[in-house]
Design a protein around this ligand. Structure first.
Ligand SMILES: [Zn+2]
Length: 436
């Protein structure tokens, strides 16, 4: 028997680094064995003699803005998924706040087509909250092709929001929330002080408000994305919501915004040091469910506008895993926690029951990292169209070197091996698994 793909080298099984042979055929992991297990394959990656190289379960980004459509000048489904593959992500879930917004059936179909034609890693899609009930029901015709609905602050007062919660519950779709209460948000033109007018109270109030709506309709699955404070983490937990944060809330504070100005402008804003510190302590203590990139690309030109006019958002696909590996080297998290927060738990949150682990029957996605590779973050080297980051010049230790998607090398050591359109919609994983 000749299988499609074999990885030989280190991996993590039950939290321990072990020598292994991982066998993938027809897109699915069919065996995980000891180091010299005899098997023939079309493609073999052999890192048996490289102690610093480890295969982790393929990373899944819960929160990506691939942009595209009329925002393709910022990023598109091809460049964004190349950035994902290079950054070690095998799956991205795309956000609907593009132009036109993906909150009606016509633009949703357009978006799904662009993803299917251009993505080089696998993808999911969240829809936006529509303006009227009729559109909610039209969108639900796409229930089998989407992951759920994204709720932005500007959606909190829409009459359709309760309906969207109710339908999410009925159809087992995820509600993913940007938690900032709109009536408590005021813009602040002074770099370093946005946190004073987009406060943690706005974040907490928003979570509480989601709790109230959810309570009325019988609690759909709710995920609070990019939380910025320990308070928010605990409040979300109390409601039974899952939550993630992004590396910039763990590693940067409002002083970075003062210093780097719009390059560090992001919503919700970076917090003062004590808040960041507490959140990081929570992360080290294992109470943060997941890490997402909130990859939010804008052109460098847009980010160089005066602070108050520049758009908010930080590109994160190519920095997140190196930053997490650096945290591992600092002794803050274990490799097993790292792979949980970027793979296992994200898979659970979006309802993929055969992804996020390296075990027989699971989808054949791997993120291969080199723990010893040191490098300095240089945004000019990004695959993303957004060639900037507040992490510029940050010294990282540990780098993703390969992304394997359904048993195929998509990216390895600086080279791309998959064409536009290789990526599939992750809502097909279940079917794929049965076929495989
Ligand atoms: Zn976002």
């Amino acid at each position: 028997m000749i299988v499609d793909f074999v990885f030989r080298g280190k991996t993590i099984i039950n939290g321990r680094v072990v020598d292994s042979t991982i066998i993938i055929d027809n897109g699915v992991i069919i065996g995980v064995h000891g180091p010299s297990y005899p098997i023939k394959s079309e493609v073999e990656l052999n890192y048996s003699s490289r102690a610093s190289i480890i295969a982790l379960p393929g990373a899944i980004d819960l929160h990506t803005h691939l942009r595209g459509l009329r925002l393709s000048y910022k990023e598109d489904e091809y460049t964004g998924t190349r950035a994902a593959a290079k950054g070690g992500f095998t799956v991205v879930v795309d956000m609907p706040n593009t132009l036109p917004p993906v909150n009606n059936k016509a633009s949703a179909l357009m978006k799904l087509e662009e993803l299917s034609k251009n993505a080089i890693v696998d993808y999911g899609l969240y829809l936006g909250v529509p303006e009227n009930s009729e559109e909610v029901y039209k969108l639900l015709e796409l229930r089998d092709e989407i992951i759920g609905f994204k709720v932005y602050p500007q959606d909190y007062n829409k009459k359709t929001l309760a309906e969207v919660f109710e339908e999410a519950k009925k159809n087992n779709l995820l509600i993913i929330v940007h938690a900032e209460e709109p009536s408590l948000i005021k813009e602040n033109p002074i770099p370093g002080y946005r946190w004073l007018t987009r406060t943690i109270e706005a974040e907490l109030y928003a979570i509480e408000r989601m709790g109230r709506i959810a309570n009325k309709v019988g609690f759909p699955k709710i995920h609070i994305t990019h939380i910025t404070s320990s308070y928010a983490a605990h409040l979300a937990k109390m409601y039974g919501f899952s939550f993630d944060t992004a590396p910039h809330y763990l590693l940067l504070n409002s002083n970075t915004e003062k210093e780097k100005k719009a390059l560090a402008k992001v919503n919700p804003p970076l917090r003062p040091e004590p808040i960041r510190f507490a959140l990081l302590e929570n992360f080290k203590g294992g109470i943060i469910d997941a890490i997402a990139t909130d990859h939010a690309p804008h052109t460098l030109e847009e980010k160089c506008k005066p602070f108050k006019d520049a758009p908010a958002g930080i590109p994160g696909l190519e920095t997140t895993i190196p930053l997490l590996l650096t945290m591992f080297h600092r002794g803050w998290i274990s490799l097993s926690t790292l792979s949980k927060v970027i793979s296992e738990v994200p898979a659970e949150i979006i309802g993929l029951n055969n992804a996020g682990k390296i075990a027989p029957g699971y989808i054949g996605n791997l993120t291969i990292v080199d723990l010893s590779r040191e490098f300095i973050v240089k945004p000019e080297d990004f695959e993303s169209k957004a060639k900037h980051t507040p992490f510029e010049k940050f010294k990282c230790r540990g780098k993703p070197i390969g992304s394997i998607v359904r048993g195929r090398i998509v990216y390895l050591d600086g080279e791309f091996h998959a064409d536009r359109g290789y990526g599939i919609n992750i809502t097909k994983y279940h079917k794929y698994y049965k076929e495989g």
